[in-house]
Each structure stands twice: as C-alpha cells, then as structure tokens.
Design a protein around this ligand. Structure first.
Ligand SMILES: Nc1ncnc2c1ncn2[C@@H]1O[C@H](COP(=O)(O)OP(=O)(O)OP(=O)(O)O)[C@@H](O)[C@H]1O
Ligand SMILES: [Mg+2]
Length: 248
C-alpha cells in the first residue's frame, strides 16, 4: 500500500512580475519517503520548496501538510515546527557561533536551557562528522564544506518529520557529499522523516531517491522511480540525467 501523502502541492501557480515560475504545479510527497526534485536551473525548484515553508505565497493553488493548508501569513503555524530546512545558500547567521546557529530553533522557542541546547547541537555536529570543538567557532572560521555540514546539523537538530534539502551536495568533495547522502538516508530510514531534496547531483539522486520528480516549465514533467530513470522513460528526463540537451 502506498504511504500516505505528507505534503501536497495542489495546482500551485507563482508569478514574479510577468514571469510565471510555477504554472499549476501538482506534486505529492509521501510520508517516510525520499522525493528528489530535478530540473534545469531557474525552473522553480527552490520556489517550490519555499511555498511549502510558507516563505513564498502561491498566487493560485495551495500547499497542504498533513491535509492542512500552509498559511504564509501566520508564522506561528505549528506545521513549520516539524520542518527542517537546508537552504541552497546555507544561510547561517554570522553573528552567532556554530552551536547557536544549530540550536537556534531550540533556543528561540525558549523550550530549552542553553546548556541542554548546546548539548543537542553537539550531538547534531557529531551526526555530520564535525568535531565538538567546532561548536564555539564563528561561521567565518569554517570552510565551505564544514558550513554545509553545520547547516545540515541545523536542519536535523529538532529531528523533524519533514526535511527539505536544497542542493545539499553542490560544491562538496565526493567524500563529504557521500556523508551528506548517508545522513539524508539515515534521517529518512531511521526517523521515518519525509525528505524532499533538490539536486543536480545524479549520484546523490541515485543514492537517496525513493521517487524522482522533474520540473519543467513550472509543472511536473515526469515522476517515477529510479528504474524509470535508468530506462529513460521520458526523453527530457533521460537527457537531463545523462547531461545532454534534449534535442541532441
Ligand atoms: N523572491 C523572488 N523574487 C523574484 N523572482 C524570484 C524570486 N525567487 C525566485 N525568483 C525567480 O524564479 C525563478 C525560479 O527560481 P528558483 O530559485 O526556484 O530556481 P531553481 O530551479 O531553484 O534554480 P537553481 O537550480 O539555479 O537553483 C527564477 O527565474 C528566479 O529568478
Ligand atoms: Mg534553486
């Protein structure tokens, strides 16, 4: 039996000025599964995820989490509490130490005292293979790969039911990329999280995807399992995965 739907994009349209970025996009992410979104640069992949976070409001259509509409106007929406997000840019606060960045949500909600939150942050650092002494460092003292790991630690620290990863392995060496892929898998398999990952990294896609969806012209062009990718079920998907332009 198919897993229940955790996140549903229903006919989502989003324009910026005269440009229609999402054009009636519909997509389901199933509970406890890893969905990978692929597609050309600028096709609206990051915008798709941002609509589910309530950071961007659709012009038409709705995004539902557990059957309830995401309400961008309401930042206290409890739905957001169950989401961990790794932004494409990393996006850590440079005025905070690494552990304060990781524990930001725990501290902000006032749910936890600082020593306890710091311990949780260090636990999350260990999960991404960073040493505990990274905790007190400033963001500027870390390499790009370390920052990516720290951003990942921040995404997983609350053990969220939903994880969004926007280009988690881009710009990383293959070993670090492998660590990140394993972590995504672990979160999905052991914690039963629903993961939605945007990637251009086809090795990563093959490793983590239960399902793949390709965005083109603001809609889902194709969706299926990895077997469909290998069989070249759709010429555009096939071209994308094999790094060729469609009309070659
Ligand atoms: N806040 C915004 N204001 C105006 N335009 C935006 C905004 N966010 C995204 N866009 C535009 O929407 C389009 C899709 O952007 P998006 O970031 O979703 O692309 P993407 O598929 O994630 O691309 P990439 O693979 O390069 O990350 C782009 O043309 C972008 O310039
Ligand atoms: Mg993007």
């Amino acid at each position: 039996m198919a897993a229940p739907v955790k996140i549903a994009w229903k006919n989502v349209t989003k324009r910026f000025g005269s440009k229609t970025v999402l054009d009636g996009l519909s997509l389901d992410a199933h509970e406890g599964k890893s969905l990978v979104i692929i597609g050309g640069s600028g096709t609206g992949k990051s915008v798709t995820i941002k609509t589910a976070l309530g950071l961007i409001a659709p012009d038409k259509g709705v995004v539902e989490i557990d059957g309830r509409a995401v309400r961008p106007e309401d930042p206290s929406d409890p739905g957001l509490d169950q989401i961990g997000m790794l932004f494409q840019s990393g996006a850590l606060f440079d005025s905070l130490t690494i552990w304060e960045n990781i524990a930001f949500k725990l501290l902000k909600a006032g749910r936890m005292k600082r020593p306890e939150a710091r311990a949780r942050a260090i636990e999350a650092l260990e999960q991404v293979d960073l040493e505990p002494d990274v905790a007190n460092r400033a963001t500027r003292e870390l390499s790009g790969g370390m920052l990516k790991r720290a951003s990942l630690a921040r995404a997983i620290v609350t053990k969220p039911a939903i994880l969004f990863f926007d280009e988690p392995t881009t710009g990383l060496d293959p070993v670090t990329a492998d660590v990140i892929n394993r972590l995504i898998l672990r979160q999905v398999k052991s914690l039963g999280a629903t993961a939605v990952t945007i990637t251009h990294d086809m090795a990563s896609m093959r490793m983590i995807a239960d399902e793949v969806a390709m965005i083109e012209h603001g809609k889902i062009r194709w969706r299926g399992g990895l077997d469909g990718i290998e069989d070249c079920a759709d010429p555009a998907v096939c071209a994308f995965v094999h790094g060729r332009s469609a009309d070659e």
